[in-house]
Design a binder for this molecule. Sequence first.
Ligand code: NAD
Length: 484
Amino acid sequence: MSSPRNLPKRLPHLIGGELTESVSGAEFEVLEPASNTVYTTAAAGRSEDVDKAVRAARAAFTEGPWPGMAARDRARILYRIGEAVEAREERLAELESFDSGLPITQARGQARRAAENFRFFGDLIVGLHEEAYSVPGTQLNYVLRKPAGVAGLITPWNTPFMLESWKLAPALAAGCTVVLKPAEFTPLSASLWSDIFAEAGLPDGVFNLVNGIGEEAGQALVDHPDVPLISFTGETTTGKTIMRRAAEHLKGLSMELGGKSPVVVFADADLDAALDSAVFGVFSLNGERCTAGSRVLVQRERYAEFAARFAERASRVVVGPPHDPATEVGALVHPEHYERVLGYVELGKREATLLAGGARPEHLATGNYLTPTVFGDVGPDARIFNEEIFGPVVGLTPFDTEEEAIRLANDVSYGLAGYVWTSDLRRGHRVAGAIEAGMVWLNSHNIRDLRTPFGGVKSSGVGHEGGWRSIDFYAPEHVVHVSL
Ligand code: NAD
């Protein structure tokens, strides 16, 4: 194990600008996944802590300057947050890699991406226009946006800091105050926010953080009557629980949930590009990526060639300690998650043909390591075809016709992302349009413009964020009708 210097001995809450312990004194242990040893403890928030945080956020909303500030002034602070995030690039990378098991080279991009979220939403809020409709001589109708109040933000353990920034930036830009509940597997990087926000001049109480277990702290946030919005990213089953409980208060919800995204490779595709993209799409970020292309559908003429090359590429992926710059797949986030992924690997061995991986690497006796795993001839009834595994595990399935490819692509409950590879552009557009997913990449992957909608359909989510859609969520429209 290689630990970053000066690891915090304790991860407290941040409430009203103060680092705070839980009222009950409760705590939980935090593991690092390369050796599964406890390296720190975090305050375990419960309903009384969430209540304190919501009261602080509510006071900052009703009495503080933040919601009423000119958009330009909020944007200035958002830019400063972006700079403060970027200035911590190396520190963030080492903490994120250590706590979540991400390869250090992949953790290094996270600060730039998070900083960009703040700059982007700073720009967006300044440029946002409000509408007016006039009926000459009779009426003027104008539409304002009002920040909704205290936004509850509940986030997962994969790329935790970056995903927190994806909610924090639009919520703050819109003028909301927030209570963030980071994932309990990976609370370390969120401890950077308090200094970042203080350095940027964000008023105390605008940002509050409560650490804790989902069923306690997360649930208390969902149940709190003074939190009108919940933006949640996590598993579909958790999302369903949150929707049921949030119904009690008819809360506004943004739900970014799980995925089982198809990669459709036609025989006329640039096979090298498709292969590079499919290998990257499922093995980068340890395969713990919501948009991972975890089902690769390949047209039968090229299936055998593609499968052999994919398996060969997978067997060359370097699995190693997260801090090692040579590592391409690090340690999976937590022993509980590791066991779950291994369970799917064993299931896959019964349901399909193992082409690569499927075991702990011989040179790594402890820690949550798995060799990149490829299954071939995965049928549409297999559980590994249908269920999200969220690790470096992929299934390949042959198809004959375009219709069959579309049917297979859509034959799961999820609908987050999809990828299409073909040199026939008309077919590419046709298939991209027919895939039931919030986002489809055609002959490309991963890159997107932050103005575009991000989110899924079916079991992958409700509501989209990205660009003005995020502002719509955090600052709903309000119309005034004036008779002339
Ligand atoms: P999870 O659902 O277990 O936990 C997510 C968060 O919810 C954590 O902070 C957790 O503490 C909290 N939580 C758990 N139970 C809760 C409850 N009853 N009430 C309130 N909060 C509760 O998810 P995870 O395992 O941390 O993350 C992995 C999942 O997230 C995968 O399914 C992945 O696909 C999904 N994900 C989706 C996107 C997307 O944009 N669609 C992005 C990243 C991850």
